[in-house]
Design a protein around this ligand. Structure first.
Ligand code: GTP
Ligand code: MG
Length: 138
């Protein structure tokens, strides 16, 4: 079975939506393999977002991700990488479809696309890479 790294970002944790995100993951039938509340560091985020280093939104994204604790979750299940991204919805919460986490619970909080509640790995290689970054002991 597949594994994916899910993050409830600082906006989701601050708004008390961690449980709602976990509820949707479990209702879909995925298993929680790891679950930890944690404040990121700049070093960890530089690894996690290595594909975005140097982009215009990189620095605001990192500042946002450092603004409070995140819930780091490893989920397990058949095709859970694609499945969770489907649960999460489009990157921009304003454009995300109703029924998705971002579509139901997010909106454009003053043109801050980075405040989109959750992260989900986008491919098996990135999932294993990201799980290794957040849970090096696994
Ligand atoms: P993740 O699951 O969080 O990785 O979202 P994604 O895969 O849909 O988006 P992507 O990996 O392209 O970007 C990572 C994160 O950077 C997004 O979730 C947003 O938080 C932020 N981001 C992406 N594009 C933009 C942008 O154009 N402007 C801003 N401000 N933030 C962006
Ligand atoms: Mg991504």
């Amino acid at each position: 079975t597949q594994r994916s790294l899910v993050l409830v970002k600082p906006d989701g944790v601050a708004r008390g939506l961690t449980g709602e995100v976990i509820r949707r993951i479990e209702a879909k039938g995925y298993t929680l393999a790891r679950l930890e509340l944690r404040t990121a560091t700049r070093e960890l985020l530089e690894q996690h977002y290595e594909e975005h280093v140097g982009k215009p939104f990189y620095e605001p994204l990192v500042e946002f991700m450092l603004s409070g604790p995140v819930a780091a979750i490893v989920i397990e299940g058949e095709r859970c990488i694609e499945g969770f991204r489907s649960l999460a919805g489009a990157t921009d919460p304003t454009a995300a479809a109703p029924g998705t986490i971002r579509g139901d619970l997010g909106r454009d909080w003053g043109l801050k696309v980075q405040q989109n509640l959750v992260h989900g790995s986008d491919a098996p290689e990135s999932a294993e890479r990201e799980i290794g970054i957040w849970f090096p002991q696994s």
